[in-house]
Design a protein around this ligand. Structure first.
Ligand SMILES: C[C@@](CO)(OP(=O)(O)O)[C@H](O)COP(=O)(O)OP(=O)(O)OC[C@H]1O[C@@H](n2ccc(N)nc2=O)[C@H](O)[C@@H]1O
Ligand SMILES: Nc1ncnc2c1ncn2[C@@H]1O[C@H](COP(=O)(O)OP(=O)(O)O)[C@@H](O)[C@H]1O
Length: 281
């Protein structure tokens, strides 16, 4: 038994193509997912019983009840007796999978702290479609509704600026507003991305099919996209997941930090973060 601390990294869909719909209504996706170096922090201390305490800048947006994904994840591991502290740094329900990342970090942390076995793949997916990819926490091509995970060619390191205008953009409404559900997938990925220019060029030919319906629902997302795209050094601006968080891609740290500072001063109400994306695979 040991104390364990983990970073539950944000999940960012660099591209997200909606390729169809299952009979149960869920949409099929084809997405390249990455994990910037920013996230919630989970501290897990073996104890006589299971408990959850939440703090951090977005801690008040969540309650530590049985619905919390950390406790739902722990409930899949019989014997999980630990005091869990969640520092909630990521905005809730914002298209960057904070809850899914927390669930994945809880599973891994309890496994490491208490030597408990991880639940099976079906139970992990039932926590949320993004939980399997968050368990992998490295650049991955995600298909199906999130259950089909494939490795991708090594990605060159780059920087990302995340911006969230602070307006909820409910996932079911975004999917419902999609005009076309049978769109082309990502096709065959290149054999390699020799540098950031090659990666950004390839990404420029991809899309997030949820972006247009989300912007129609929450026009502030369009404002955030424009603000990011206008920053010096921003090579691509796009929405992650079903929104409302948008991201900008930068080759290096300095312009990313400058863009984040400029966005913060122009939009004091927004959540803005800059972080590196490194392929640890
Ligand atoms: C869109 C994605 C892309 O990574 O990210 P987020 O925006 O959540 O970060 C995920 O697929 C989100 O999956 P998940 O987190 O399980 O979605 P939920 O919020 O539980 O889904 C709410 C509702 O959205 C619709 N939904 C969701 C996922 C999907 N592939 N097809 C759907 O049609 C369904 O109506 C579902 O009941
Ligand atoms: N630990 C948690 N962190 C974030 N959201 C949580 C958590 N536990 C439960 N939830 C619920 O899960 C839903 C999805 O949260 P989240 O993963 O942050 O969304 P998204 O994937 O859109 O970024 C929210 O409605 C939230 O109330």
């Amino acid at each position: 038994m040991r104390d364990v601390t983990l970073l539950a990294q944000a999940k960012v869909n660099l591209c997200l193509h909606v390729t169809g719909r299952r009979p149960d209504g869920y949409h099929m996706l084809d997405s390249l997912v990455v994990f910037p170096g920013i996230g919630d922090r989970l501290s897990i201390e073996p104890s006589s019983r299971l408990s959850l305490t939440i703090g951090g800048p977005f801690g008040l947006d969540l309650s530590a009840d049985a619905d919390n994904l950390v406790l739902r994840a722990a409930a899949l591991m019989p014997g999980a007796a630990a005091a869990i502290l969640l520092e909630k740094n990521l905005p809730v329900a914002s298209g960057i999978g904070g809850g899914s990342a927390d669930a994945a970090a809880a599973l891994l942390g309890l496994h490491r702290a208490l030597d408990l076995p991880l639940p099976d793949a079906g139970a992990v997916l039932a926590l949320g479609a993004d939980v399997p990819v968050c368990l992998a926490a490295q650049p991955t091509r995600m298909r199906g509704i999130g259950e089909v995970l494939e490795p991708v060619p090594a990605l060159p390191p780059f920087w990302m600026v995340l911006a969230n205008p602070g307006i909820a953009c409910p996932t079911p409404l975004v999917f419902r507003r999609l005009e076309k559900v049978h769109n082309p997938g990502l096709g065959t990925l290149p054999d390699s991305f020799p540098d950031t220019a090659a990666l950004f060029d390839w990404l420029a030919g991809t899309r997030n099919d949820l972006e247009a319906p989300a912007v129609a629902l929450v026009p502030q997302i369009g404002v955030a996209l424009k603000a990011l795209a206008g920053q010096a050094g921003c090579r691509l601006a796009r929405m992650s997941g079903s929104g409302a968080t948008v991201f900008g891609l930068f080759e290096t740290m300095a312009p990313a930090l400058a863009a984040a500072a400029a966005l913060r001063s122009a939009h004091p109400g927004w959540w803005v973060a800059a972080a590196p994306v490194k392929d640890e695979g």
